[in-house]
Ligand binder design. Structure first.
Ligand code: 5GP
Ligand code: ZN
Length: 110
């Protein structure tokens, strides 16, 4: 999607420094961190939200979930929170699938 900021980041057009990259995802710091550590595990494929997933995305989703603790360990984190916003009222502002990985200074939730 030519007007999608995360597609531009995935394509390397934004000078964003990747913490990790493989054939399915890129991982980079959030530009406006909401916690001491705040990174985004982002699909390379343009998927607007969880509502847009289809059966072909099962491997991608499993891969993204399995990457979370791997990345967290690499960052030396013992605890972390994962968020996926879906829809405007949830706070989703970028319509390109990504997991937030947050740690440090987190308000209690749940
Ligand atoms: P959402 O609100 O869609 O769940 O999450 C989008 C996140 O992307 C926000 O936390 C926002 O700060 C971050 N973000 C938006 N534009 C950019 C950008 O150009 N670069 C980076 N690194 N993060 C961005
Ligand atoms: Zn996109």
């Amino acid at each position: 999607m030519s007007d999608c900021i995360f597609c531009k980041i995935v394509a390397g057009e934004m000078d964003t420094k990747f913490i990790y990259e493989d054939e399915l995802v890129v991982v980079f710091p959030d530009i406006r961190p909401k916690a001491t550590t705040h990174i985004l595990i982002t699909a390379k494929k343009h998927i607007p939200s969880l509502y847009s997933l289809d059966e072909h995305d099962t491997r991608l989703m499993g891969h993204m979930v399995q990457l979370l603790p791997v990345i967290a360990k690499q960052l030396g984190l013992h605890s972390f929170r994962t968020i996926i916003n879906t829809g405007r009222d949830s706070g989703q502002e970028v319509d390109h699938l990504h997991f937030h990985l947050l740690a440090g200074n987190l308000p209690k939730f749940g």
